[in-house]
Design a protein around this ligand. Structure first.
Ligand SMILES: C[S@@+](CC[C@H](N)C(=O)[O-])C[C@H]1O[C@@H](n2cnc3c(N)ncnc32)[C@H](O)[C@@H]1O
Length: 204
């Protein structure tokens, strides 16, 4: 991982992703989270403020140590105890059936082997455990898809691996049988980055 990804990108993402609209989606999806919680792609810790009060402790993983140093400030200021690890979510060291809830926000776009990460999420969830997500991805409009496919190679360079054109529904449904998803354009975002998938998948 290069200096840009570790030293500059975390500040850019922290600024871009802290807006009120994204905060609202964070709040909505995190409202259902309970029990033992794992968050993958913790980034700079922007979700921390939106966990329900009932959540006292979470485990977090992110592959980028540069994100982690910004996240530490939020962790220190939070009432939630955070077991914060620099790890690749494609290979989680946690035991099978460990968590009641796994959370991912705007992260499945960036994981190189996303299918493997979803296998790991499924594996570490307890039976009936739930995967909570808000992600951006492939639009349902073929005209937007054309641009998403064209721009993804550039986007990957600028944002350390983020794909604009992943079909998040398909990826999650390939791993989970019980999936509830809303798909819509976020207001105030260009359509190529603003097509969202928000929902919950349950491990049977
Ligand atoms: C766009 S940021 C989103 C950060 C945060 N989830 C949020 O909502 O603000 C994507 C995050 O996924 C992390 N990431 C990418 N690939 C990863 C992997 N294989 N394992 C863990 N984290 C990863 C990146 O380092 C980055 O922090």
């Amino acid at each position: 991982m290069g200096l840009y990804a570790q030293k500059i990108l975390p500040y850019v993402l922290d600024w871009v992703m802290a807006g009120p609209e994204m905060a609202q989606y964070r709040k909505e999806i995190l409202a259902g989270v309970s029990g033992e919680v794992l968050e993958i792609g913790f980034g700079t810790g922007l979700n921390l403020a939106y966990y329900p009060n009932s959540v006292k402790r979470i485990t977090t993983v992110d592959v980028n140590p540069g994100m982690n140093s910004l996240a530490l400030k939020r962790i220190r200021a939070s009432a939630i105890a955070v077991d914060n690890r620099v790890l690749n979510s494609e290979h989680l060291p946690m035991a099978d059936n460990s968590f009641d809830s796994v959370v991912s926000t705007w992260t499945l776009c960036s994981i190189a082997n996303v299918e493997q990460a979803l296998k790991e999420i499924y594996r570490v969830l307890k039976p009936d455990g739930q995967f909570f997500f808000v992600e951006h991805g492939l639009s349902d409009d073929p005209k937007i898809q054309v641009w998403q496919n064209r721009l993804t190679p550039i986007q990957k360079v600028i944002t350390d691996g983020c794909h604009l054109n992943r079909n998040i529904r398909q990826l999650i449904e390939n791993q989970f049988d019980a999936v509830r998803i809303e798909q819509f354009y976020a207001d105030n975002f260009p359509k190529v980055v603003g097509y969202l998938y928000k929902g919950v998948a349950t491990k049977n």
